[in-house]
Design a protein around this ligand. Structure first.
Ligand SMILES: [Zn+2]
Length: 511
């Protein structure tokens, strides 16, 4: 292992890119950096060793040997770490256990991904402390500490992505699919950069950040502000406020937030609801479930188990009331699986879920279930405006209609009926009170027996069918009750068809 560091140091010396002429000068500089209390990796950084495999050496001893540092017995870190106390330059972030720990957490989630975009946010005191090492380096003749020092963030990124590749076989890439966001904080030094604000006329608070609203943008901006303020602060002014080299610390930086986030997986299909009293999504009023089953749960739960997502949402092409059945070839919908661990779902696995609902005679059935590309979800939203629907209702009239009346209604119904619908009383609490014109494309009434009738209706999207039947206290005109000249009530309603071609034709390959 020592070979790796030694040969890397030799390679830099020979390339002529080093601030040092020979191993003796490197030893001298390294020992000064060691006396600052820096960890073995920060010593490598401040002698300007380029980022590479030497930084993965898991032994302070091996690095000391390679650089010629003679460590005092009581100043030797134990085998597991690279520093006796938390390193005052990297705040312990370069300690190998830190990257190992995060990689371990990521592995436990078991994402079936090949790539990840890695975002890293460091405590701002890192930049203050870097400046303090630079100044101490100038004062104590360590020329390599002044500039072109590999940054903590870049070294950490290297350590982390190496480990990620070895342990999880995941490469760090600029992918849109998987993000790993790591943010460190260090409460002990959290106020060290504040003198920069005081020395300026205007404090570095920034109203534009607040407008942006996001925490991330604001954190990035303050880092930029700290760096630019540091650039404008002369050494002699800096040393009035900060100790050089940076003072020892008692605690290491901690992981403030660690977020693994993967782009959603979308599953599309058409659902059938063969029984009444099933809502489309869980129907809860004041903490009490109003329906035992929901379409979203019946289909979503087996998908959630297969895909191992955090949660899921069902989006239907419209929705029917809980007491309305959904028949025919079903209603188009998609389920968004949020933060999925498993995306390489096969056609067979999806088909199994569909088949199990069929074979168990579930009151909710699904057809054409399949993985769909994210862009196809827009078909559902766009279809909202244009699709037509077919309904069948069981209607009761206060008295039987004479046959002429039946013919009259059906003749009218063939040519379509234009309704003026005020927002129904039953949805007034959640929809704006408006009058909407809605067209019924076809209405066909037939007698069953006594006062019971069946009415089949083809309508454009958004018409309220129950209200068309009973009139909603005169809020829908004309209504079937108006046309029949009697009182009407709707006993049962089924949706028999939703004319939207979704999902698009099944594909052989999973996107
Ligand atoms: Zn360090």
């Amino acid at each position: 292992m020592a070979d790796t560091v030694e040969s890397a140091v030799m390679a830099v010396l020979q390339s002529g890119n080093s601030k040092y002429a020979d191993a003796g000068q490197i030893k001298e500089a390294s020992e000064k950096l060691y006396s600052f209390g820096l960890c073995a990796l920060c010593i490598l950084r401040y002698i300007q060793l380029p980022i590479g495999p030497s930084y993965c050496v898991r032994s302070a001893d091996a690095i000391y040997k390679a650089l010629g540092i003679e460590a005092k017995q009581d100043q030797k870190p134990d085998e597991e770490s690279l520093c006796v106390k938390p390193c005052p330059a990297c705040l312990g972030i370069l300690d190998l256990t830190v990257a190992d720990h995060i990689v371990g957490q990521f592995k436990a989630e078991d994402y079936d991904t090949m790539d990840a975009l890695v975002g890293i946010e460091l405590p701002k005191s890192i930049y203050i402390r870097h400046r303090a090492v630079q100044i101490a380096g100038r004062q104590q003749n360590i020329p390599s500490a002044a500039e072109n020092v590999p940054e903590v963030k870049d070294v950490f990124r290297y350590l982390f992505t190496q480990q990620l590749s070895i342990v999880c076989d995941v490469k760090a890439n600029a992918t849109n699919d998987m993000r790993i966001d790591i943010a460190f904080s260090h409460p002990e030094t959290a106020t060290e950069h504040q003198f920069l604000n005081i020395r300026k006329k205007e404090p570095a608070s920034n109203s534009s950040d607040r407008k942006n609203g996001t925490f991330k943008a604001s954190a990035d901006r303050s880092k930029t502000v700290v760096l630019s303020d540091l650039g404008a602060c002369a050494d002699d002014e800096f040393t009035k406020h900060s100790t050089c080299p940076p003072p020892a610390i008692e605690t290491a930086a901690k992981i403030d937030s660690l977020i693994f986030k993967r782009a959603s997986l979308f599953i599309g299909g058409r659902y059938l609801k063969l029984e009444r009293n099933i809502s489309q999504t869980p129907f809860v009023v004041e903490g009490r479930r109003m329906t035992e089953l929901s379409v979203a749960e019946v289909i979503g739960e087996p998908l959630e188990r297969l895909i191992r997502c955090d949660s899921y949402n069902l989006v239907g092409s419209g929705r029917e009331d809980a007491d309305v059945r959904m028949l025919g070839d079903g209603r188009p919908f998609y389920i968004e699986c949020i933060n999925p661990r498993f995306k390489a779902v096969t056609k067979e696995q999806i088909q199994d879920i569909e088949d199990q609902l069929t074979s168990s005679n579930s009151p909710v059935q699904v057809r054409r279930l399949q993985v769909i590309p994210a862009k196809d979800t827009s078909i559902i939203k766009e279809g909202e405006e244009h699709k037509t629907k077919h309904y069948c209702a069981l209607v009761w009239f206060s008295q039987p209609l004479n046959p002429d009346k039946l013919v009259e209604i059906n003749t009218l119904g063939k040519n379509g009926i234009l309704l003026q619908q005020k927002t129904p009383v039953r949805v007034l609490h959640r929809r704006a009170p408006l009058t909407r014109p809605k067209r019924l494309l076809n209405v066909e009434l037939s007698h069953i027996e006594d006062r019971f009738y069946k009415v089949r209706i083809e309508s454009e999207a958004g018409a309220y069918i129950k209200e068309f039947v009973h009139g909603d206290l005169g809020r829908t005109t004309p209504s079937l009750a108006d046309l029949a000249g009697v009182t009407a009530d709707i006993l049962e309603l089924d949706v028999e068809g939703v004319s939207l071609d979704f999902p698009p034709t099944p594909k052989d390959t999973i996107v």
